[in-house]
Write a protein that binds this ligand. Structure first.
Ligand SMILES: C[S@@+](CC[C@H](N)C(=O)[O-])C[C@H]1O[C@@H](n2cnc3c(N)ncnc32)[C@H](O)[C@@H]1O
Length: 243
């Protein structure tokens, strides 16, 4: 456990879900806790939040319970039916709407969301110039926010990505970017008031809880923890505020 007094809070109440099939990587609920500390979202059911790349929907559950908003849980690899089943089991059918969709073609009206949240998913599709301003920004209301968290490379190792991360990530090495690289990629736009990127404090606990699942990918990641993941990587937080 990290020595972060804040970690005794909200996310601990969701411990029973920190297992398979809900976790799909380092525990995003822990990371989301920190993102919401940095940028609180206090909403009502009149507000809509998109959980983009929601996976099995665990972060959507957390967002629904902790922000009070109606959550649209959109994912590409996980079917709408699978997520609907889980949402019903959790008893939150009125709070979360599952959607099967790729991030490139979101089936929503412009300005529909008060916030777009994306945990451990955006690096798969969002690492291209103008992607944010063209594909995501239009769906956020004026005055709204995007909260994005991705695994990345620590700023000081940016130029050594292939050498340091290659043995672990192979073809996916390029997906891991630094805080500065993400800031540049989000870009400048007349409707963007502010972009903030930083390296999250949370690291060991999200990883340990992923390893504890004993998923075959977790076991492989664990083999690289001391040599690659711990020394060279971090989680990058991105907050974008729309005018
Ligand atoms: C590592 S999982 C993380 C899931 C969840 N956000 C979490 O943190 O537990 C990455 C997710 O990104 C989603 N994803 C990848 N490419 C996507 C795309 N183009 N559009 C929407 N979702 C995508 C996958 O479907 C997958 O569920």
């Amino acid at each position: 456990m990290e020595k972060n007094k804040k970690e005794t809070l909200r996310s601990d109440r969701y411990r029973k879900y920190f297992c398979l099939p809900y976790l799909m990587g380092p525990n995003s609920v822990r990371l989301l806790d920190e993102m919401l500390d940095m940028c609180p979202l206090n909403f009502t059911t009149d507000n809509c939040v998109l959980d983009l790349g929601c996976g099995s929907g665990l972060t959507s559950l957390y967002l629904a319970m902790e922000t009070g908003a109606k959550i649209y849980a959109a994912d590409l690899w996980i079917s709408e039916e699978d997520n609907r089943k889980r949402i019903e089991e959790w008893g939150v059918r009125d709070k979360i709407i599952p959607v099967h969709s790729g991030a490139d073609d979101l089936p929503f009206d412009a300005g529909f969301f008060d916030a777009v949240v994306s945990m451990d998913a955006y690096h798969y599709f969002g690492g291209k110039e103008n992607y944010f301003t063209e594909k995501i920004l239009p769906f956020i209301k004026h005055g709204g926010t995007a909260l994005i968290c991705v695994p990345g490379i620590k700023a000081k190792y940016e130029g050594r990505r292939e050498a340091y991360l290659g043995p672990w990530l192979g073809e996916e090495t390029g997906l891991f970017k630094s805080t500065d690289e993400w800031k540049k990629l989000i870009g400048v736009h007349r409707e963007i008031a502010e972009v903030k990127t930083w390296e999250l404090f949370g690291f060991y606990t999200p990883w340990q809880e992923w390893f504890d699942t004993l998923h075959e990918y977790a076991l492989r990641d664990k083999q690289f923890f001391d040599t690659v993941i711990r020394p060279f990587t971090c989680f990058v937080g991105i907050i974008v505020r729309k005018r």
